[in-house]
Design a protein around this ligand. Structure first.
Ligand SMILES: [Ca+2]
Ligand SMILES: [Ca+2]
Length: 109
């Protein structure tokens, strides 16, 4: 087992055409943070720690209306794993659907 510490999420470019996105993070299928409101050039402190074994799949979504004609957008998936214990802060990008987000995390024992 290891602990995934989600540190911050930076939004360079939103997915929504007008105004802010409502990003939220899921780890191995569970909602762990958000949705909050983020616009171009803004970043947010996440500060969530999630326990996992082997691999943690971190997915970013933008919440939309949520009905069949406007479901939430999947903006990408990153993987953290137990090999990252002691490696310091890691960074990854979510850039599906024209969005551009950077996540910073750290894996702790
Ligand atoms: Ca959207
Ligand atoms: Ca949205």
């Amino acid at each position: 087992m290891a602990n995934l510490k989600l540190i911050s999420l930076e939004c360079k470019k939103t997915e929504d055409w007008s105004g802010a996105d409502e990003p939220y993070l899921r780890v191995n299928g569970n909602n762990v943070w958000g949705p909050i409101s983020l616009n171009n050039g803004q970043s947010a402190t996440v500060d969530r720690t999630v326990e996992f074994s082997q691999t943690a799949e971190i997915a970013l979504y933008d919440q939309d209306v949520g009905s069949w004609f406007d479901t939430d957008d999947h903006l990408g998936t990153l993987a953290a794993n137990t090999d990252q214990v002691g490696q310091g802060e890691q960074r990854g990008r979510f850039n599906k659907d024209g969005a551009d987000y950077t996540l910073t995390w750290e894996v702790l024992a």
